[in-house]
Design a protein around this ligand. Structure first.
Ligand code: TGC
Ligand code: FAD
Length: 394
């Protein structure tokens, strides 16, 4: 290939395209079209306002973006790779858009698909899969983030009801959710999943203000004060911390792909800027130090693509272990954050304004590095896996 002729409209330096099926390409292209035609124009105003364009929630449901790797209950049963590619396209636009799909899909829809009775599925899944109902996944508490096993929220059995007491923090969409999947300990001290529906007395929430990251996303804290729910709102098949963690594994794999989308957008923005911006009488892309940054981005994105693809191929045959998912989430989010930092640098002063997407990705990725298990928690998960020694403490 002649130098400079490689198709850079979407970085694919090692021909990942050839490793995808027709169905996977179609899923990715559909998501890309949706983003280009319906989302991009919304982002800057909604990001500035610190709001999510909620009219997109049913639209994304109609397009099948919520846990598309599931089959049945209205989900299309695409491959994990197709799911990853959809997350990539959503996060190329904004991490908040991908986040909405992660919470609604692999966290909420997945929890019900895996742990609900047929009657519960019938009641909630059609609305959630189509985006007519909004879901949230409430695991983190004010005092328990990285160690959800220490949760203090309790669900006490009282005849035909459970009474919930406790609080949750940093919960996406909790203040508007119709279906809140709440993780709490039962009378035996075992973690269980409980569905708190809209307007159930004893529940209150308010949105966290002043976020400089993931602004295009609603994040809430909430309280359960003698919140009485019918006993049939308990998810009977969810028993122990492994239940919410298994949902998280699926969301983390989506993030491993999603982060690549943000990184590619940063890389492409920086490349275009470097080719057009002139200093000292030549395009800054002609300086070795600038090329070094661009090459680093292309190299790390390529490695991340191969990692993500191999991960979802392993998930497709059921051979991926949670620690392998942790490695991909940890690496790819770190890679994307570094790409955003380098791209921001290449853009100089222009890189700090939202005229370009880079600063927004940079701020968003700070959250992505923290949620769904922090970078360091995933280090310890992999560390435990390869050494056999638990370094979490306790
Ligand atoms: P540990 O003893 O390791 O595990 C407890 C039980 O869970 C099982 N397990 C898993 N099962 C499925 N998938 C996984 N990834 C699993 N990891 C562990 C494990 O086998 C065990 O089962 P059993 O039957 O033996 O009881 O638990 P630990 O208390 O030592 O903690 C482990 C640790 C720290 C890795 C875990 O708690 C953790 O992942 N912490 C990070 C917390 C986190 O990720 N929170 C996310 C909150 S939700 C969120 O951030 C949504 S943002 C969404 C968005 O907007 O995109
Ligand atoms: P902490 O656990 O207090 O950690 C603080 C620091 O200590 C981190 O650097 C961490 O790596 C480090 N640390 C902790 N333990 C160890 C250890 N053993 N060894 C070494 N270092 C350690 N949660 C939900 O349940 N649902 C949601 O929808 C959701 N959405 C979110 C949206 C946003 C915008 C954000 C920011 C968070 C969201 N979260 C959600 C919460 C998220 O999962 C937690 O923030 C995350 O798990 C980390 O918990 P923490 O913030 O309490 O940090």
């Amino acid at each position: 290939m002649t130098p400079g002729t490689h198709d850079m409209t979407s970085l694919d330096y090692y021909g990942i395209e050839e490793l995808l099926t027709e169905e996977e390409r179609a899923a990715r292209d559909g998501a890309r079209r949706f983003v280009q035609e319906e989302v991009l124009r919304e982002i800057v105003p909604f990001h500035r306002a610190g709001k999510f364009p909620e009219h997109l929630i049913p639209r994304m449901g109609a397009l099948g973006f919520y846990a598309p790797y599931l089959k049945g209950d209205g989900c299309p049963g695409l491959s994990y790779t197709a799911y990853g590619l959809i997350m990539q396209e959503l996060e190329r636009a904004d991490s908040g858009l991908r986040s909405l799909a992660s919470v609604q899909g692999p966290l909420v829809v997945h929890a019900l698909h895996s742990f609900a009775t047929p009657e519960q599925k019938l009641r909630w899944l059609p609305g959630l899969v189509s985006g007519k109902l909004i879901g949230c996944f409430a695991l983190t508490e004010h005092g328990h983030g990285s160690d959800p096993g220490g949760m203090e929220t309790r669900a006490k059995r009282d005849g035909d009801h459970y009474i919930l007491n406790g609080s949750k923090c940093w919960i996406g969409n909790a203040s508007i959710a119709d279906v809140k999947v709440v993780w709490a300990k039962d009378d035996d001290g075992r973690v269980g999943g409980f569905v708190v529906e809209k307007d159930m007395p004893g529940f209150r929430a308010h949105d966290i203000e002043g976020k400089f990251s993931l602004r295009m996303s609603r994040t809430s804290e909430c309280w359960f004060e003698n919140c009485r729910i019918p006993a049939e709102n308990r998810l009977p098949k969810a028993s122990g911390l492994g239940a919410p963690l298994s949902c998280l594994s699926h969301a983390r794999a989506g993030i491993a792909w999603g982060a690549i989308g943000a990184a590619i957008d940063c890389y492409e923005t920086a490349l275009a800027y470097a080719k057009s911006r002139e200093q000292f009488g030549r395009p800054i892309a002609g300086f070795q130090l600038v090329q070094q940054k661009l090459v680093w981005m292309a190299q790390e994105i390529t490695k991340a693509q191969l990692l993500a693809l191999r991960l979802t191929r392993m998930m497709e045959v059921g051979s991926a272990r949670p620690a392998q998912i942790s490695l991909a989430k940890r690496n790819n989010v770190w890679m994307a954050l570094e790409c955003a930092r380098k791209a921001r640098d290449i853009l100089g002063a222009a890189g700090i304004t939202d005229r370009y997407s880079v600063i927004r990705h940079l701020m968003n990725l700070e959250t992505v590095s923290t949620y769904e298990g922090t970078h360091d928690i995933h280090t310890l998960v992999v560390g435990r896996d390869i050494t056999g020694i638990n370094a979490f403490g306790g």
